[in-house]
Write a protein that binds this ligand. Structure first.
Ligand code: HEM
Length: 474
């Protein structure tokens, strides 16, 4: 029944809908098509046909877990060579998904979060030390670069007791460079005909192999260090025992058996999970923080309100406690609104569990799938109003949220395979934004216009900010 779904007008034989489309910005191109073609449309490239969905009604239908499930396809499937059957890339039928999900769940409990809080603060201190130096020397700061330093150190410290030393390096850690290469390669694989990929992307493919090898090496070293430390009776990591469970993600993976089956993760699967968490646990949060800082710098009135709340809730405490972070309601709205406009993991795929009809109009066979185009779902004028493109955190006031239809805000995906790190990301991001607003005034660089780079995830390209220390800050 594909013929009833609209597609771009100028379709070429063999090549498909490539006219006017850019290899670098497939997501932003899809958003452009969405505006022309409506809440369900298809794009074809090199013989592959993808269906995109974004309207509130169809989006809610795809969120029905009884009829639809996560589909591992496109960009996600292209990450299988590096992430294997790790949580993010596992097929629904792979037994390691449920096993790892259950073993790792305590690592994301409230207690566990409270235990990570202290380490998150330590990492944030390293960021402010770096930004204080920028203030002193009158230079601007590289927002995506520094947010990536922060989020990588945070997941590495809290999850694995590892220190990448990102703040002590002038260039990104080689793990980050390799990861960015692998994400970019996974995206590029979608832009060439699959049978020709080995030729067309030969050099890129060789680099990708090297990138994956570096990623695996990094992870194997990290796991080995923990095993050795443990055998020697040492814990070999910072921050345990502060509160919470006192066990980090790696401890859970190495030491915990499944509560019912008694099964354990294999060493190969542990490697896949560590890669998954190091990548999924920092890249998207870094983007979310970067977009939020962009909007805060652009909207001094919003920043002033959020800052006033930080001053009120945190007072002069040098180190805000765990409980004090969730109280920053304004900052939470700024984050939500940034993730509405730029959900940094900008699409997720859903497949039919059995033959069904989408939205009462589009028949789907078992296994057929569609991509939910989150940025458009989040900009649907019928849901968000005629000013849907405008940044306005008040959209996330409780009353406004209640009045919107369900399943229209999905930056963390949906259902059983939704993001396991949501609370982790939101706590980390709110804490850091609170600390930064309390300490600095943010000013955009003259003439900066938002450009968004895509490497499966979204990031504001080249964003730099001027900082001033606040006079009232400690
Ligand atoms: C899954 C977004 C932060 C770990 C997902 C999915 C989305 C998402 C959309 C579902 C993908 C799909 O359906 O194919 C985000 C965003 C984040 C964020 C926007 C930050 C703002 C994190 C963090 C962690 C994490 C901090 C780990 C500490 C994961 C994992 C999955 C996942 C392991 C796979 C879950 C499963 O299938 O069982 N994330 N994420 N994410 N995320 Fe996140």
């Amino acid at each position: 029944e594909l013929h009833r779904i609209p597609h771009p007008p100028h379709r070429l034989p063999l090549l498909g809908d490539v006219l006017g489309a850019s290899r670098r910005t497939p997501l932003q191109d899809s958003v452009r098509y969405a505006r022309q073609l409506g809440p369900i449309f298809r794009r074809r490239a090199f013989g592959k046909e993808f269906v995109f969905v974004w309207g509130a009604e169809l989006g809610a239908d795809l969120a029905d877990e009884a009829r639809f499930a996560k589909h591992v396809g496109l960009g996600v499937a292209n990450l299988r060579p590096v992430a294997g059957d790790g949580l993010f890339t596992a097929y629904n039928h792979e037994p390691n998904w449920q096993l790892a999900h259950d073993v790792l769940a305590p690592g994301f409990s409230r207690d566990a979060m409270a235990g990570y809080h202290r380490m998150m603060l330590d990492v944030a201190d390293r960021l402010t030390a770096r930004w204080d130096r920028a203030v002193a020397s009158g230079s601007t700061v590289d927002v995506p670069g520094d947010m990536t330093r922060l989020t990588l150190e945070t997941i590495a410290r809290t999850g694995f007791g590892h220190d990448f030393g990102s703040f002590e390096r002038s260039r990104p850690h080689p793990f980050v460079t390799a990861m960015v290469g692998t994400l970019g390669y996974a995206q590029r694989l979608n832009t060439v005909p699959a049978p020709l990929a080995p030729w067309l992307l030969r050099r890129a493919g060789r680099r990708n192999t090297a990138d994956i090898a570096l990623i695996n090496r990094t992870v194997d070293d990290l796991v080995r260090a923990r095993r050795t430390g443990r055998d020697a009776g040492g814990r070999g990591r910072a921050g345990d025992g502060s509160s919470g469970t006192g066990r980090d993600l790696l401890d859970l993976m190495l030491e915990t058996a499944h509560p019912e089956t008694g099964e354990r993760l294999s060493p190969e699967n542990v490697r896949r999970q560590v890669v998954t968490f190091l990548v999924a646990g920092h890249e998207t949060t870094s983007g979310a923080l970067s977009f939020a800082l962009y909007y805060l710098a652009r909207h001094p009135d919003v920043a002033a309100r959020a800052r006033a709340e930080v001053d009120r809730v945190w007072g002069g405490t040098a180190a805000p406690g765990y409980e004090q972070v969730a109280k920053l309601r304004q900052i939470r709205r700024v984050l939500d609104e940034s993730l509405r406009l730029w959900p940094t993991a900008p699409a997720f795929a859903r497949e039919a569990r059995a033959d069904t009809v989408l939205g009462g109009a589009h028949p789907m066979r078992r296994g057929a799938w569609a991509l939910v185009l989150t940025p458009m779902l989040h900009r649907d004028p019928e849901v968000w109003g005629p000013d849907a493109e405008r940044f306005d955190p008040d959209r996330f006031e409780a009353g406004a949220v209640r009045s919107r239809p369900p399943h229209t805000f999905k930056p963390f995906g949906t259902g059983a395979r939704a993001c396991i790190g949501r609370q982790f990301a939101l706590h980390e991001a709110a804490l850091v934004l609170g600390l930064l607003l309390r300490r600095y005034e943010l000013r955009p660089e003259e003439g900066y216009r938002l450009r968004v780079t895509e490497r499966l995830t979204l990031m504001p390209e080249g964003l730099r900010l001027h900082l001033d220390r606040r006079r009232t800050a400690e």
